[in-house]
Design a binder for this molecule. Sequence first.
Ligand SMILES: [Zn+2]
Length: 271
Amino acid sequence: MKALECSTIDIAPTISRLLKVPMVPPSGRPIPEVENYAKEKGCKKAVIIVIDSLGYALYWHLSPVMKNLNEFSKKGLLFKCWSPATITSPAIASIFTGYLPAEHKIYSTDDIYTETSKDYENPRLKSIMEWAYRAGMKSSVVIETKGAESFRGKIRDFYGVPNSEDILDYDCRITEYALQALKGKTDIMAIHLRALDRYSHRAETWTELKKAAKAIDENLGEIFQSAEKGTIFFICGDHAIHGGKKWLKNATHEEIKSHENNYVALITGCC
Ligand SMILES: [Zn+2]
């Protein structure tokens, strides 16, 4: 079966369409397959989970150890999703805003402050969480402290976790805040799990990489359990895995092509 395709810039406009969040239409487009899927399910809330470095080819390798995500994907949709950036900050800004890096011009966390201070009302710098907050919805972000601080004054519920050498613990703390936000009946939430990316840089073996994937999957399981019925999830990578040489040693031609094209996995589904 041919994989469904889209781009990470389509996520924000899709949520805007599903949850009726008013937004200046960005460069991305609502994903029709998700619209049709969500219509049947009646999704009223949305959660974005960015799994750092979850490339499309990599997802197929890791899905046997990511049991919760694998189960979830069977009930939902899996996309081969093009990301317009190969590093984290611009890639995540594209997911949150629906614009290409050349349009939002956010290449680092510092850029969020400088670009926003230049032009506070620029729609290209506004995340879907901010659009939702402006429309009177409950909006949350759970990310690294510095990134979270950039949401000060833009949305009310931003949770920051300080960067840590213990990245598995870091992800657990992100997850705890996410559960807290869900308990607080957030309408739209975005979170960023980083263990897989850290391990891709520092680990040498697939066994270690799978350990990170499994830890992330346990976090996902907790989040799925705590989400209200009628919540649609967008679980995606931000870019293909770093350290390609190391991880592509025994890769097929198709996997290498997917990596070079910077395809990530996007799994959408309603619980
Ligand atoms: Zn990243």
